[in-house]
Write a protein that binds this ligand. Structure first.
Ligand SMILES: Cc1cc2nc3c(=O)[nH]c(=O)nc-3n(C[C@H](O)[C@H](O)[C@H](O)COP(=O)(O)O)c2cc1C
Length: 349
């Protein structure tokens, strides 16, 4: 029987993944910019035999994140942090999030090859096509591309990056495609891993296809066991089309543990965290009470956070009026001010 192993990664967001983690009395409020702290966390994860430290990233600082994911408002650039983490550790994988929509394949192939060399084969690319529509405004674009365009671009982008990694500073690539015209070779020796590990995180049909074809690891953010099983079976069933087998792809679900000596103490911590969540003013979401605690006491709401999950700006809508298509179905629909909300997915929150 083949030996199977559990894989663990640590997704680092400075204030944790709970929206009010940064307000917890013992939290380190300046953690996002404290590289020694980040190195220390990575060393702890390495000592605990974790496979990788995951640096998520966003390419905009959306004011709406203040109420939904405050610890994702700002952080150090992940390639620069990743290089410093590689220098402070010796075994753990370093996952850097990079969104091809706003990169050029030559630059990105070179940066990952460099990180792979200086970490001696521990670099990994978390390939995402982007959670922030407003990122477009930071890259001289009129609008965030729709899903089809982002994945058409990403599909060809990955092929070019892989071609450049294989070019080994000698063999020209001569790629001429729909979006890219890249001569190559890459001006760097082949990465120690050959192709650094590719992680992928997304939810759409196109994301599943990209994952089945190109990902070594898929970071899944499904909310229930049933949807997670369906997602797993669906992605794995697509792999054979690309000459791959089930075992070529590891699917890792996201989990936010609250750890304490007893369940009661863990619940206490969770309730304490929830008590710090910023809520809408009285009267906007219901009567007084704490935010959705384990004890089920919560009545007041944070409508910005709900809007970010469902894709409809309900904070600015007549809640008894006609239904409005979600921003995630058709970006920038009239009647739904999509510019005010940022997409979140379970794994990101
Ligand atoms: C577990 C998980 C982690 C993610 N991490 C990031 C991230 O760090 N940065 C980012 O821009 N998007 C991140 N995303 C969002 C993806 O970029 C993606 O756009 C989003 O999930 C929508 O899926 P789609 O691209 O298939 O439409 C993440 C998604 C998931 C499920």
């Amino acid at each position: 029987m083949s030996k199977r192993e559990l894989h663990f990664g640590l997704m680092f967001w400075a204030g944790g993944t709970h929206p009010s983690g940064w307000r917890y009395p013992s939290s380190h409020a300046g953690a996002a910019f404290d590289i020694e702290f980040l190195q220390h966390v990575t060393q702890l994860a390495e000592a605990a035999k974790f496979d990788f430290l995951f640096l998520g990233d966003r390419l905009a600082s959306d004011p709406a994140l203040q109420t939904t994911n405050p610890s994702q408002m700002s952080r150090l650039e992940p390639f620069v942090s990743g290089a410093s983490l590689a220098a402070a550790t010796s075994h753990i994988g370093i996952v850097v999030t990079a969104n091809p929509t706003y990169y050029d394949p030559y630059n990105l192939a070179r940066m990952f090859a460099s990180l792979d060399h200086l970490s001696e084969g521990r670099a990994s690319w978390n390939l995402v096509t982007g959670a922030d529509a407003i990122a477009a405004g930071n890259f001289s674009r009129d609008a965030h591309w729709d899903t089809e365009r982002r994945y058409d671009w990403a599909d060809e982008f990955v092929a070019v990056v892989r071609g450049l990694w294989d070019s080994d500073a000698v063999t020209p690539l001569r790629h001429k495609g729909r979006y890219f015209d890249v001569a190559g070779p890459l001006n760097i020796r082949r990465p120690p891993q050959g192709h650094p590990v590719i992680l992928h995180a997304g939810t759409s049909d196109r994301s599943r296809e990209l994952g089945a074809r190109d990902a070594d690891v898929i970071f899944a953010g499904q909310a229930t066991i049933e949807s997670a099983k369906a997602y797993y079976a669906d992605v794995k069933s697509r792999a054979s089309k690309y000459g791959r087998t089930d075992s070529d792809i590891a699917i890792l679900p996201g989990l936010t543990p609250v750890v304490a000596e007893t369940t009661a103490k863990a619940v206490e911590i969770y309730d304490h965290l929830n008590s710090f969540v910023a809520l809408d003013p009285e009267g906007d979401g219901g009567g007084a009470g704490r935010y959705g605690s384990m004890g089920g006491m919560g009545k007041r709401r944070n409508l910005t956070a709900v809007s970010a999950v469902i894709g409809v700006d309900i904070a600015g809508q007549d809640r008894d009026g006609p239904s409005i298509p979600s921003c995630w179905q058709r970006p920038m629909r009239r009647g739904n001010d999509c510019s005010r909300i940022s997409r979140v997915s379970p794994g990101v929150t």
